[in-house]
Design a protein around this ligand. Structure first.
Ligand code: NAD
Length: 357
């Protein structure tokens, strides 16, 4: 019987609450499938800093590299915001992405039929939205050197190499081949050299995928089009900072940031995490929505472990729970038969998974 090694990073804020629910669901899955999981808990973020003085201890990098996949909650919180940048929780996550070479960030945006009214946009705008934001994750302005801040001025550097653009573009075109065969590359080529460079290379890569239709869009327009007519998009290919912003915007199409998963891949081991942060405003109250993290565990089964059917079981259980009216507080106003705590919602999903044939 296969036993998959999962590195578990619960992190800060609501991280531990939501990751516990994802593990509950994975264990329920193991009870009805012919594989099992072993978990190794690792530290990252503010909690890691408090215990070890480093937001990303070497032991965590090593533990991730030994695993089949990494399941991650979220990091961050005000109490660590005044630390020097390299000690802050976010720097731990950036370093981990770089250490694992996770250059491709998949952020699928799905609108659950039952939650259409949870979106702030009109039903006809979002009904049937199915898009993927493909964000470059280990380059661009978040990593570029030099960077500096003095009393008088500050700057960062937005830099991409040919290889960096090529590999993320390939990832986007490959994904488009499995979807509706459309890639929209988002940049700011009218102003930025680095964006014009990005655009040229994306066009080169497109030659290898004649079946895929490539379009380009400036990021300011894309931000507007995402709320005007999101159905026009299939795969949105974009850089680190633009993808960060656009994918949060796109998340609101679904009604709550607590619903959407992500997968970061590229190197030997992938990392699977909800797109939201550590939500310090609701941490410890037992009201966080665990669906984004449970759905990330489903992406982990699909991408890292090749367990497609098992991933389907999780996706179907989430849909069934929503169909039957179980809601966490963030989506309570939309068709709730019962408003559940984090653990209750996780338990319902786990129960449906364990009843699946
Ligand atoms: P956030 O995503 O943590 O929260 C934004 C809003 O969404 C809050 O009102 C929060 O309560 C709500 N929310 C988030 N997840 C939810 C869930 N599962 N269920 C219900 N409601 C949910 O963003 P923020 O407030 O800007 O950042 C808080 C901290 O998280 C910061 O320290 C930030 O740096 C960090 N952060 C971490 C990650 C990560 O770990 N990958 C990503 C983004 C932000």
């Amino acid at each position: 019987m296969a036993k998959y090694k999962i590195a578990v990073i619960k992190g800060d804020g609501i991280g531990p609450e939501i990751v516990d629910e994802a593990i509950k669901v994975l264990d329920a899955l193991a009870s009805v499938c012919d594989f099992d999981f072993s978990y190794k808990e690792l530290l990252m973020g503010g909690n890691a800093y408090d215990i070890t003085g480093d937001p990303l201890p070497q032991e965590t990098i090593d533990g991730c590299l030994e695993a089949d996949a990494v399941l991650f909650g979220s990091i961050g919180g005000e109490q660590w915001d005044t630390l020097p940048r390299d000690k802050r929780p976010e720097s731990g996550l950036l370093r981990l992405r770089a250490a694992l070479d996770l250059y491709a960030n998949y952020r699928p945006v799905k609108v659950y039929d039952e939650l259409i009214d949870a979106s702030t946009l009109k039903r006809e705008v979002i009904e049937g939205v199915d898009l993927l934001v493909m964000r470059e994750l280990t380059g661009g302005i978040y990593f570029g050197q030099p960077r500096e801040r003095t009393e008088e001025k500050a700057f960062n550097t937005m830099v991409y190499t040919k290889d960096e653009v090529k590999r993320i573009a390939k990832e986007a075109f490959e994904s488009a081949m499995r979807r509706d065969k459309r890639v929209c590359s988002v940049d700011k080529a009218n102003v930025l050299e680095v964006s014009q460079f990005w655009r040229n290379i994306v066009e080169e890569v497109a030659q290898e995928y004649p079946e895929v239709t490539l379009t380009h869009m400036y990021v300011d327009n894309a931000a507007m089009q995402l709320v005007r007519n999101p159905k026009q998009f299939d795969v949105i290919l974009t850089s680190n900072i633009f993808g960060d912003i656009l994918s949060d915007e796109a998340s609101m199409l679904s009604g709550s940031i607590g619903l959407l998963p992500s997968a970061s891949v590229g190197g030997k081991v992938g990392l699977y995490e909800p797109i939201h942060g550590s939500a310090p405003d609701i941490a410890g109250q037992g009201i966080a929505n665990p669906i984004a993290t449970i759905s990330s565990a489903s992406m982990m089964l699909r991408f890292a472990l090749g367990e497609e059917k098992a991933a389907d079981k999780i996706d179907q259980a989430i849909e069934q729970v929503l169909r039957e009216g179980y809601r966490s507080k963030d989506i309570a106003d939309f068709g709730a038969k019962e408003v559940c705590s984090t653990t209750e919602l996780g338990s319902y999903i786990a129960e449906y998974v364990s009843k699946s044939s």
